[in-house]
Every structure is written in structure tokens, then in C-alpha cells.
Design a protein around this ligand. Sequence first.
Ligand SMILES: Nc1ncnc2c1ncn2[C@@H]1O[C@H](COP(=O)(O)OP(=O)(O)OP(=O)(O)O)[C@@H](O)[C@H]1O
Length: 650
Amino acid sequence: MTATGSSPASCAEPNTKEAPGSDTDIEKFAAAEAHLRNTTVHNISWQGVTVTVKDRETGLPKTLVDNVHGLVKAGEICALMGPSGSGKTTLLNYLASRPTHARSATGSVHLDGAPPPSRAAFRALSCFVEQEDALLGALTVRETLSFSARLSSSTGAGLVGSRGKREVEARIDGLLDAFGLREQADALVGTPLRKGISGGQKRRLGVASQLITSPKVMFLDEPTSGLDSAAGWEVVSFLRGVAKRNNLIVIASIHQPSTSTFNLFDKLLLMSHGKTHYFGPVSAVTPHYESLGHRMPLQVNPAEFLLELVNTDFAVRRESAVQHLDEMQLAWTGSSTAMELTAALAAADGNSSGGIEPDAAGKKPSFLSLVLTLLHRSFVKSYRDVVVYAIRLAMYTGLAIMAGTVWLRLSATQSSIQPFINSIFYGSAFMSFMAVAYTPAYIEDYMQYIKEKRNGLYGATAMMVSNFLVGIPYLFIFALVFSSISYWLTNFQPTAQAFFTWVLWVFLDLLAAESLVVLLSSLFPSFVIALALIAFANGLWMCVNGFMVPPDELNVFYKYVFHYWDYQKYVFENMMVNEFSERVYTCATTVTGCQCMWQTDLADQCLIRGQGILDEYGYQPGYMGKDVGIMMGIVFGYRLVAWIVLKLKE
Ligand SMILES: Nc1ncnc2c1ncn2[C@@H]1O[C@H](COP(=O)(O)OP(=O)(O)OP(=O)(O)O)[C@@H](O)[C@H]1O
């Protein structure tokens, strides 16, 4: 194993730092990185990888990756490079055993010359770092690693149970040091409202959090995209250090690395139009092209030079450019480097020691332990990230003050009856509507879930259960705060029982509204689309809940298609029953005598029995238990469909 961290050459990059991976580094990190050491997988090889999709436009087969071979040994870091659309991500997904959305995908991927015993075994031995690695902004750097360890399907959780917390802490400290994040350990990752660590540090944290599960093979999709050259160099340099010290295999697609970042890689797979144009040592790529008559000018970034050579997108005369590209590709297949690769592949297959099984050390955490860890993580996020609940609490408090002061101290007279009804409708509908503010926080959790699901950490059930449970106390607090202010200011029926019944219905309203947000945001995890759909759904529920058009008047389509499973119907109906079923209102007295707008059995006493108002809507008391059951059913239904959506997206 060599330790040759290159120093950066360009002046835009830190030239005082040395890339980790030196002999002193190996000693320094020996103990802290013991868990990362790869003694199991000696190489990964792939042969004849061909991925074909159904062309979106023509419907005809389109080959994205065409008969690609390669071999990367333990301790090597390989760059997958090529112009945009050359098939890098597709190949990376195929190698990492992830979905490629292909019509057909063929070819073999071997570990130490033999196919892995199963997809699950391969995944346990490897990890994939996404291009936009989702991190939770409200967690600190150390917490991010700690939760990854606790959720991890291999070693992390096993350690928490068996070898203890200290061992996990030691691993986390080791990773913080290895990725230069020790000083940021207690810094927040960063939310839109609270600045956190830099983009490069986030990327390093994303890589480190995948390493906590001790993978032997790492796949990274453009780990430097969106970073400046200095930050990009640091990411690859730290990665190289860890790979060298621990004999890991690293394969990373990379867009346009700077010279010094490019030189950190040991091997290069250069692709264009899905085909291999070069696979071999980085140091031999310029000689290869020189032998084809393409001398690299001095002072030119080799990566840029190579990308320009194999890119036909901007060619003035495209046909001749494509023809020239084909000739270069043909020249590669006949080159000595290609022959060496063929021989190395044959040797690797010849030395096969049978399928490699992942270490048995790590146990999968139990479902309960996963849910508790997710609850803990969501709880930390809930009180630290104001977007999750604090802003909503402020909003609901503002809404309560506004509603309470607009409908201020209504009296039990007939002129207050319509304002009472309006207030009931407005409060319940608006509370539901404002649940839309939960969308960004949920989409962040969703993205995190997708990433962690792909890495085999936990599934849809653990996600849905923990998400549901963590919201309950907050929603109850919202309901209590909103009701405590608006109920008494408005002067709804002033009894404790009526008040707590009211709180219950506001709580159920919020529970259903948040479940609707979860469902629609799971279906369309894009803020704008989810927002539009949630607003539309709320608009629909408001129209058909019985306030705008009394249920008996509602046309049959809306009544039978939407009204009965509109959760706002049950909230509105029960709040109306709560206010009117046991209250009596005075009629107006004029010079001509008593004038009652609602005629009830109390008209001769110049009073209106509240039930008379309920009769107009067809509402009767005594159905609260049943209606609570229906509300729970609707909440459960939303969650169930959201769970199915998450399952299908797996
Ligand atoms: N079903 C499809 N029909 C047509 N083209 C497709 C289809 N699926 C993928 N492609 C195209 O195939 C090409 C290969 O995609 P891939 O993401 O693997 O390339 P890439 O080299 O990683 O590109 P980039 O560097 O831009 O991420 C892209 O141009 C993509 O748009």
C-alpha cells in the first residue's frame, strides 16, 4: 500500500496542506480507523457491462453504457470521467447494484473474481454516496455521524448494543479527524435560516457518514460537483487518505476536476457515448493519447484536455467528430493498456476464492431500536429547526389572536349565531390549511429517508411510525395554545367540557391535515408541487365540509365522492354541535315585540334553542365517539397510502 497524497499544484488550491495518506497519517489513524480496514475485498472487476433503455422520444432501444470493462484494486481510487451524458452515473449505479431504469442491463460485476453471493451481501460490503447527499440541517456534524452509526445496518447498531458507546464515539472521532471535521464537530450542518458548515465540509460529512458502516467498496456520484476547486481537492484528498490507509476501493464519477484533484486518482475510466475510451493508470493516459497523435499542450489541465478530446457535443462538423471519436475508441481497444486490462481481468477471475460474505460482526438493529433512533433524531430536529414546529407555533398563536379579536366576545344572542358559525369554519379550515408549512421539513426527512433506505438502513414502516409519533405532542400543543386563546376571546360555550372537546377537535384536525401533507409530499416530493396540491386539497375540503353548502343541499357528486371522507366535515360538524347543542340564544326585541331568526320550541320565551341551528345543517349530538373513530380512520388511511407510496418508491 502506498501513501502518496499529491500536493495541489494550482494556485487556486491550498498548497500548504498535504493530502492525508502519508506514513505518519497511517500511524496516527491506525487505532481510530481499525474498523475501516479492508482485509476482505482485494478487487472489484466488471466485464461487458451494457445498459440499454427505451428512448424517451423514439421508444427505440438506446444504449447508455456499451460493453465496459474495468478492475480496481484495494487501496485504489478510480475516477469515472466523461462528457455530460456519457453514461457515468448509469454505470456507477449498475456497479453499485442500484436501479438503472434500464430495459436491459447485462455484464458481470465480481468481487475478487467471483460474483457476490447476493445483492444484499454486495450492499453490505459497499456504500453509495449520492451527488446531492441529503443531510439533516438541524443536526451537528457529530450527531450526523452518531445517528448514522445507530441506524446502520451493519456495525453501528451492533456496536451500540455490544461493544458499547465508547467504541462508537472512538469511530466518530476517527472519522472527524480523517475528514478534517474535528473543529466543526459541534457545528450545525445548516438550515436555510441558520448558517452551518461549508459546502465542501458537507460533502466530506456525507462521505464520512457512509463510512461509519465500514464498507469495503465506495461508490461516489460526483463528490465534487458544485464545489470550487480547493474544496473539491480537499474532498478527494481526504477520501484518498482514508482509502489508502485502509485499503478501501473507491470509484467516483467526476465532472471536470482541477489538475491536482485529477492527479489524486490512481485510475481513470474515460467514457464517451457509453463506451470506454481509456481505462488504466492516470499516469498512463497522456502517453496513450500521445501515441494516438494527441499531444497534451503544456500548462493545460489534463482532465479538460481529455474531456475535450472525447466530447462531440460542441463540434462544428459533428459527423467527422463522431467518426474521429470512433477511431480513437477503436485505437483504445487495440492498445497495450487495454490488453493489460484484459489480462488483469483474467488473472482476477483465475484467482477467485469464491463469493465474499460481509463481516458477520454487525447486527441489524431491531425495528423498535430503529424507530426510537428515528424518533430521537426527529425530536432533535423538531426543537432545533424552527421551520419544523416553532414557526408554526408562532403562526397558530398569531392566528388565534387574530381570530379571537376579530370575533371578540360574541354574546349569546341571535346576531352572534352566524359569526359563531363563521368563526368555527374559519378557525378549523385555516388551522388545517396552515399545516402546509410542514412541507419543507417533511421533504427534507423524505430525502433523508430515500438515501438511507437505498443504503439499507431502515424502511417505510419505521419512517412512517416515527414521523407520526414525533408530531403528536407538538400538534397537541398547537391545538391547546390556539384554543386557549381564541376559544375564550370569542366566547364560545363557556364550560370546561366544551373547551376540551374543542381542543380535541382542533388536535384531530391538525393530525389529519399533517397526514395529508405527508401523503401529498411523499407522492410529489417537490415543494412547489406539494404546496399546490395541498392548497388545492384544502380548498376542496373547505368547499364540501358542510359550511359553504349545507350537507343536504350539496350536489350528489361532491356529497358522495368527497364529503364523507373530508376530515374537515367531522371537525366542523362536531365543533358546531359543541357550540350549539346545549346553548340557548336570545332573540331580538323590537317595538313590535320579539323577533327570532330561528324558530324553535323556545320562541315563546324569545329564545332560540341551539339545536334549531344544528337542524338546518342536519347535525345531531351523540355521534362524537363514532366521528372520532372516523377521523382516526382518515388519519390512518392517509398514513397507510403514504406508506404504500414510500414502499413503491423503494
Ligand atoms: N430513457 C432514456 N431515453 C433517452 N435518453 C436517456 C434515457 N435515460 C437516460 N438517458 C440519457 O442518457 C445519458 C446518460 O445518463 P447518465 O446520467 O448516466 O450520464 P452522465 O455521464 O452521468 O451525465 P452527467 O454527467 O450529465 O450526470 C444522459 O444524457 C441521459 O439524459
